[in-house]
Design a protein around this ligand. Sequence first.
Ligand code: ADP
Length: 265
Amino acid sequence: MAIDGENKQYEATTFFQTDDEHTEVMVILYDLTTVLKVERMQADFLANASHEFKTPLTAITGFAETLQGSAGEDQSIREQFLQIISDETKKLTLLVNDVLSLSKIKHEPDRNTEERINLYMLVQEQWQSIQHLVIKNDIKLVNDIPDNFEVVTFKNDLTIIVKNLLANAVKYNRENGQVRLSAQKTADHWSFSVRDTGIGIPTNQQARVFERFYRGDESRQKTIADGTGLGLAIVNELLAKHQGNIKLNSQVGVGTTFTVIFPNK
Ligand code: ADP
């Protein structure tokens, strides 16, 4: 049934009663649209997750079995295959961690409390925590956030948001590129932006980058960087939890800016 242009699904139960004079009909309609939508999303998530787990697992099993055969006697082959097994195991760990983070946001009660946080310092700390990526791509951080910029929010959640956006700005940057951070406050909200000088996101992919397991064509094909396709989905879920918002502005070959907006407390 279509209502206001939206397709709705109902379960209908009818009761019918009649006597000499009257006929009564009662129709009870249950709106199942949301329940069915959630069920579909859960089924999609499971299918996608299984697929993503299967790829590294197949590689690990395949290379381990080959090593058990005569190929394992050749030292250079052994080293090469063990490296692949180690890389694929790391991918699985990333995947498990990201799936667990997503599930926690949805299902675990929030034990964090709000606290006053210096955003400039938080960015500096998170930049340090992704040094392995920074060094690999030789990226420079320009932190234009004033060093006394303070906000009141949930530290763990803001940390994950900042870390995921910084990691992407580094992973999808060009060599010797730059990541510039800025922040603003107005009467009713505060925001910060992460701007990179990277590969950019084609217009037709921009709406999809927040979907679970979505990875851009470039990221998949060129294997520029490891990833699970869950980083921005996690950012999005965390922002929804705090009535926050995220905007994306990007130009292929020029760079991408993500702007995160929080209401003032
Ligand atoms: P992951 O980085 O693990 O692939 P994300 O959910 O963090 O997953 O991002 C989804 C996709 O969005 C990435 O695969 C990439 O194609 C694109 N993307 C995200 N951030 C950027 C960025 N700063 N510049 C270019 N592309 C990006």
